[in-house]
Structures are given as C-alpha cells and as structure tokens.
Design a protein around this ligand. Sequence first.
Ligand code: HEC
Ligand code: HEC
Length: 412
Amino acid sequence: MQAKRFCAGLLASVAVAAACAAADVQRIGATPQLAAMPAVAGPFAPSPARAALGRQAFFDPRLSEPAGTSCASCHDPRRAFSGNHGSRLGVPLGARADLVGLRNTPSALYVAYVPRLFFYQDDDALAATPFGGLFADGRADDVPDLVRHPLMNPLEMHNRSLADVARKLRAAPYADGLRREFGARALDTTAGALAALGKAMESFLQSREMAPFSSRYDAWVQGKAPLTALELRGLKLFKNPDKGNCASCHKFNETSSNPARSLFTDFGYDAIGVPRNRAIPATRDPAYFDTGLCATAAAATWPERAQWCGYFRTPGLRNVAVRERFMHNGAFSTLRDAVAFYATRGIEPERWYKDGVLFDDVPKAYRGNVNAATLPYNRRKGMQPALDDAEIDAIVAFLRTLTDAPWETRAP
Ligand code: HEC
Ligand code: HEC
C-alpha cells in the first residue's frame, strides 16, 4: 500500500513509471529501491507555450539579487549550457562579484533524461546502489524541486526569500503568459508562483533545443556520416573493459538508433578521487570538504551513509569537449587531463596531488571509499597504465564527436 502510493507520486517521471507499474518497491530512507532498472525516458513532448515561457525565465537576469545573473549566466548557451559565469576558478561567480560557488556548473542539456533518485541491485552486484537524482549529489528530485536551489543559494542567485522571487515573477514580462498557462491566480501565492516557474523551466529543459542529439556520433550511429579511424579507435578503447573501461559507467549503445540509449552515463555514483581544487575559496579552510552523496544520504536517513562520502553522480559526456572545466570541483581545465587522470592516477600520483596526499579532496576517514578496484584506475606505482598517451589521445578524439551541431565550430 505504502509502496503503491509512493509510486503514484513518481509516475510523473517517465523513467520510473514502467518499473513502478511492474515491481514491488521497497524503501531506503525516502528513496525507492526498484526491482528492475527503469527504461530510458523520453521522448518528451512539452507544451511549446510552456517551454517558451521557461526559456524566457531561464534567460531572465532579473531573477537574481542584485539583478544581472540569469540561469543562462552559468548555464551559458555558448558553452552548451555549461560555464562558470566568467570565473576562472573552476566554480561559478555568483550574483555578487564577491561570491563564488562550490561546484563546477554542469550542462543543462539532456537534464530531462536524469531519472529520480532510486536504488537498484544488479544481478551480480553485492548490494543495491543509488542512481539518478539532479545535482552531483542527487539531492533534487525534479526540475520544479530544483529551481529554488540556485535562486536561493547565497553563492548563486542570492535571493533573500522565495517571496521576493515570487514578486519578481509577478512583475516579469512573461507573468501574463504564466497565468495563461497555469491559471489566473497561479502567481498569487509564493508557492503557486514557484510551482509555475518550476513547471515552465521543466518544459524548457524537456524541449528539443535542450536535447538536440545532433552530434557527429549521432550521425554515425544512424549511418549518415563516418567517424575517422582515430575516433573509432577511441570508441573501442572507451568501451573495452581491459582498456579504458569507460563505458562501464559512461554507458552508451552504438547499435541502437535511439540516441537516448547513448547518454554516456548510467546515472550511477562513484568516488574517483579527483584532486582538490585549491582555487575554490572555501578550500582555504582545511576542514572544508565536499563529500557529495553522503550529504544526501544523511538527509534521507539511508543506513550506513558514510560509505557514500566522496561519491558523485557520473555525468553524461555529450558536449564534454565544450566544457570550460571538468569534474564536480572543476579541478581540470583540459579534457585531455580529465582522461589522462584516469590512466595515471595511481601510477603518477604526484602529477595530480600537489601535496603528495592521495585523494586529497576526500576527508581522510573516507579515502577508502575511492574506487581503486576497477579499470582503468586499479594501478599503482611501477605498473603499466591502462592507457598510453596515444590511446588517451584517441579517447579524447572520440569524446569530441559527442559535440552537438550548434557547438561543433566552437569546441576548443
Ligand atoms: C551561479 C551559477 C549558476 C546559476 C545562476 C544557476 N546554476 Fe544551475 N547549476 C550550477 C551549479 C554549480 C550546479 C551543480 C550544483 C550541484 O551539483 O550541487 C548546477 C546544477 C543545475 C542543474 C542540475 C544538472 C544535473 O545534471 O544534475 C540544473 C537542472 C540547473 N542547474 C538548472 C538551473 C536553473 C533552472 C537555473 C536558474 C533558475 C540555474 N541552474 C542557475 C550553477 C548555476
Ligand atoms: C566507475 C565509474 C567510472 C568509470 C569507469 C569512468 N568514469 Fe568518468 N566519471 C565518473 C564519475 C563518477 C565522474 C564525476 C567525478 C567527479 O566529478 O568527481 C566522472 C567524470 C568524467 C569526466 C568529466 C566530465 C565533466 O563533465 O566534468 C570525464 C571527461 C570522464 N569522466 C571521462 C571518462 C573516461 C574517458 C573514462 C575511461 C578512461 C571514464 N570516464 C571512466 C565515473 C566513471
């Protein structure tokens, strides 16, 4: 009964609908454990009127305090809807010049495909593990739930209260549009105004513009254009479990003509131990750590939550070559470094960890959580790397084929 009611609440997400209909759902804290992996979500068909309103709000610089910072300031359309608002630190500048964030801005493309947080136990897995949820730590369930985070985050859009945001929405040029779509009284209350904004944003993020699937990889899958020999070599290395093994987390299916099967993530979580980004002002405090999923685990009262400290959601790699910085803390500024890190993390740790402390961005107590068991990072000093320099180059060449058409000419 409990489980059934919970599923009803989840049905808005296409991804879990199928699983909920079929399976009995248990709970881990407030998070459902699904008996079957949900099917790939989409295609989405949001109302064009709502998507257009969401787009207007996404680009509206009046929604910050002080005005001037829109969602698009960080999720910059010139950078495939990622970027850091002009900051060179690897994390974004906020609405005030003295405010800098804590995490690198991910792309807002393909967000519609991120399922709600759930647990699932694969046949050969020892235990159920979490998948999905928005943000690097999965703490938001869907876009209507997510929007208040950037709006209220003092390091981002810096609003004083949701009531202030609602007032700004009532005065926005698209206020009448929101009333037309969501009801004449939709903006009368703070909760109503935020809900209308959230639903409009969700429609925008589900629109075709925000999931173009127009990369050279997509053309190749559909037999419309070739990839070069180097790119194909990169694809094989990316997939090969004895080489890059990248596809074990960054999942794709090059034999399916459904592009949503190639999002280059399984939405799972892992601790890969990226180096500390000392340019983030918060890291001046040696006790400051971003522990990722374990904060979400604590909020949802999962059992044995310390096992998730250092875990972050595996990002999709579409348009990765257009990104300014890489990883949740923006520690890397080139795509090649991000790939080389995997191959040489254990073999040349001094190249990555400046103070000689392995996994220096994970609190000492949780360093054992960092994945050192699976390829390509199951290597130690003196061993051969899983990928040599030429193989790293091939993987980078392959990753560049994942850039959608609007950014093809801009990929650095
Ligand atoms: C100051 C920069 C900044 C602004 C402004 C901003 N964001 Fe973000 N956004 C981020 C960062 C940083 C993250 C990653 C946060 C995290 O993982 O905890 C993020 C994450 C997201 C995600 C999650 C993506 C994923 O894959 O999980 C979505 C969706 C999103 N933002 C939408 C928005 C919307 C809508 C707005 C406007 C209301 C907005 N953002 C405003 C910086 C920004
Ligand atoms: C065991 C799972 C796993 C494997 C295997 C894996 N990754 Fe990742 N990848 C992740 C996770 C988790 C992150 C995010 C880590 C973070 O931000 O701290 C990530 C991040 C990345 C990023 C940065 C993306 C961004 O938007 O910042 C790139 C690039 C990347 N991986 C490429 C690869 C390549 C290439 C391989 C194979 C050589 C690979 N990954 C293998 C889990 C994995």
